[in-house]
Design a protein around this ligand. Structure first.
Ligand code: GLN
Length: 383
């Protein structure tokens, strides 16, 4: 008897982040593709990991996460968003935001349920929906500014629609939700019984005096939402794989039912270290926007006068660059050429779409030392 090797995601290749990081390594290119800093997180934070590793914090954390860390998350969302989250019933620590997104989808998407995804969309959303038997309904953002066409979102709602996925600050577009979006979202949820999965992992990286409009600021929206964030982006430690989900008790209960069977719980010494650091350095995340705005501005200014056209990102640590003055190649090929011939890796943006529009755009990560950004820009600013 022959067995079929076909898996449930056999139609998908390897994620673009791995593909481009591998290509960058193979060609000794500067990796501005996959999003991660080329500098370490704060020394005091790393010292706390060392401390907890050596002081007996090496066994399973509670299912919901180390309670000291959940308490710090509750303080943070109270201070920033005036949201009152009970660490016992509303907050779950997860091995990365990616796991949290998957748990939220798995908790609520039943076979045949439709999930609205706004393109360009981060690449874990659709596989997570499909693995749960859900049906992704992908709506393109409108125009080059990556704004959400709320009328189109509403047109996509059917009696089977269960969830709307949103992401702000948006990866890869860099756009942040504004008051108009919140009003439109509120109207939509007033008319339709949808849940929202809100991916806010870049919540502290918003520029030009913007405020991050977390759904946690709006009690009526928060009551229907899984709000997901990440420590990796905030503390420059993407390799630690740790994030969290804030949701009201009824949603958190379902979320934890899934989480317990996927990972059970999250890395104990790192959770304790983050809790200590958040307690001792409560202002760290408030400095992040300024820190990254300087890098965004540096990167944009280094490419001024090149053939790339850049509209400064509103948030995230990604900068899009339009290159139609440089090349007619499709973005997947142009990103390869940049990596192999010019020594700078980038992410093609078309991979985040179901039906890519006619655009020539790549994404650069500027979470790098200024020196790295200068060297990278030096290699491509003549294009
Ligand atoms: N979030 C990162 C990015 O957008 C990638 C994370 C990953 O490689 N899974 O580049």
């Amino acid at each position: 008897m022959e067995t079929s090797p076909e898996g449930k995601l056999s139609g998908f290749g390897t994620t673009i982040f791995t593909v481009m990081s591998q290509l960058a390594a193979d060609h000794d290119a500067i990796n501005l593709a996959q999003g991660f800093p080329d500098f370490d997180g704060p020394e005091a934070l790393r010292a706390r990991v060392d401390h907890h590793l050596n002081h007996g914090h090496n066994q399973y954390a509670p299912l919901a996460g180390v309670s000291e860390l959940r308490e710090q998350i509750a303080h943070k969302v109270a201070n920033l968003y005036q949201y009152s989250a009970d660490p016992e019933t509303d907050i779950t620590v997860t091995p990365g935001a990616t796991e949290a997104i998957y748990c939220a989808l798995t908790a609520v998407v039943h076979r045949g349920d439709e999930v609205i995804v706004i393109d360009p969309a981060y690449d874990t959303y659709v596989p997570g929906i499909l693995l749960n038997g859900g049906v992704p309904k992908r709506i393109p953002m409108s125009g080059a500014d990556f704004s959400i066409d709320w009328a189109r979102v509403e047109d996509a709602v059917t009696p089977r629609t269960r969830v709307l996925m949103i992401n702000s600050p948006h990866n890869p577009g860099g756009r942040c939700l504004d008051d108009h979006d919140i009003t439109a979202l509120r109207d939509l949820l007033g008319r339709h019984p949808l849940l929202v999965i809100s991916d806010e992992v870049y919540e502290h990286i918003v520029f030009d005096q913007r405020q991050h409009l977390s759904l946690l600021r709006y009690p009526d929206l928060a009551a229907r939402a899984f709000v997901i964030s990440s420590f990796g982006k905030t503390y420059h430690v993407t390799g630690w794989r740790i994030g969290y989900c804030v949701a009201p008790p009824d949603l958190t209960r379902e979320f934890r039912r899934v989480h317990q069977f996927i990972n059970f719980s999250t890395n104990t010494p790192i959770s304790h270290a983050l809790a200590d650091f958040m307690r001792d350095s409560p202002g760290f995340h408030l400095e992040l926007a300024g820190f990254y705005q300087q890098k965004r501005d540096l990167f944009c200014s280094l490419l001024e006068g090149s053939g790339f056209r850049l509209t400064p990102a509103q948030g995230t640590y990604f900068q899009l660059a339009e290159y139609s003055h440089i090349s007619d190649l499709p973005d997947t090929e142009f990103a390869r050429e940049l990596t192999i011939r010019h020594g700078v890796a980038a992410i093609p943006v078309s991979v985040f779409y179901e039906r890519p529009p006619d655009m020539r755009v790549v994404r650069f990560c500027f979470a790098k030392e200024d020196e790295t950004l200068r060297t990278a820009a030096g290699r491509i600013s003549g294009l």
